[in-house]
Design a protein around this ligand. Structure first.
Ligand SMILES: *[C@@H]1O[C@H](CO)[C@@H](O)[C@H](O)[C@H]1NC(C)=O
Ligand SMILES: *[C@@H]1O[C@H](CO)[C@@H](O)[C@H](O)[C@H]1NC(C)=O
Ligand SMILES: *[C@@H]1O[C@H](CO)[C@@H](O)[C@H](O)[C@H]1NC(C)=O
Ligand SMILES: *[C@@H]1O[C@H](CO)[C@@H](O)[C@H](O)[C@H]1NC(C)=O
Ligand SMILES: *[C@@H]1O[C@H](CO)[C@@H](O)[C@H](O)[C@H]1NC(C)=O
Length: 201
């Protein structure tokens, strides 16, 4: 039992060291930028630019504009069930390895935020082989990885949210404690993918 605990501590420490490592070998992590309306009910009004995950972005908006989070979350549509059909842009998906299991509920909640964000599509910087951490809560993360060499934006926050929701349910299973977990990756035409996996938020 003690050995098991020690092994767990070592594993956790190793994950923590690599917290900002991209989920794919050879990929760089880029900070995501969000251009969000200062009034969530008025998407064509003034915007503010914030960086990080969607949860970081919400916290920054709420710090500057108290009540922003409540306005945003109370206007969110319920998770879009249509996303359970693979998107026409999908190029397949895989569940399980090499991804680590994470909370299905946390991924669903991150996906719901993404589906509700009305702003410009993510900018992933230049060069292929970039990943951005889109959402992270309860040690559960949604990543968007860009392997495109072309200069056009290929995704929207809604598409990424739809994909995360799709993976949350398609790849979901109950773990040994009967908690619902998930892990997987969906590929899109145009060489980008969405990953749901464990992370040290
Ligand atoms: C804020 O961003 C939205 C979405 O991209 C855009 O339609 C709107 O014009 C922007 N607002 C201003 C004042 O530029
Ligand atoms: C935003 O509100 C939701 C729902 O009330 C809450 O779960 C979440 O922790 C809040 N996020 C921030 C960054 O305050
Ligand atoms: C990314 O693209 C390069 C070159 O097109 C290819 O060699 C590599 O396997 C791709 N990586 C992934 C994860 O798709
Ligand atoms: C996607 O990757 C393939 C194979 O690596 C490559 O031939 C193609 O040009 C890439 N397309 C884009 C949009 O990057
Ligand atoms: C993906 O990378 C290319 C450069 O290789 C860039 O031009 C494109 O805008 C990026 N796509 C996104 C969605 O950031």
């Amino acid at each position: 039992m003690r050995w098991a605990t020690a092994a767990l501590v070592i594993l956790t420490a190793q994950f923590a060291v690599h917290a900002e490592k991209a989920p794919l070998d050879g990929y760089e992590v880029v900070d995501l930028e969000w251009i969000l309306p200062i009034d969530p009910n008025n998407p064509s009004g003034e915007n503010m630019t914030v960086t990080g995950t969607i949860e970081d972005a919400i916290a920054q908006m709420d710090a500057k504009y108290p009540g922003w989070n409540q306005t945003f979350t109370s206007s969110l549509p319920p998770p879009d069930a249509a996303s359970l059909e693979p998107s026409t842009e999908s190029d397949g998906f895989k569940c399980g390895d090499p991804w680590y299991q994470c909370s299905q509920a946390a991924i669903v909640s991150g996906a719901q935020y993404l589906q509700g964000v009305k702003s410009d599509p993510p900018k992933m910087g230049t060069g292929p082989s970039n990943c951005g951490r889109v959402s992270c809560s309860w040690a559960s993360s949604i990543w968007m990885c860009n392997n495109s060499t072309l200069g056009e934006a290929q995704s929207t926050w809604k598409e990424i949210g739809d994909s995360a929701l799709f993976l949350a349910y398609k790849c979901g299973y109950p773990d040994r404690l009967n908690m619902w977990v998930t892990r997987g990756q969906e590929f899109f035409k145009g060489n980008w993918s969405v990953v749901v996996t464990w992370a040290d938020c």
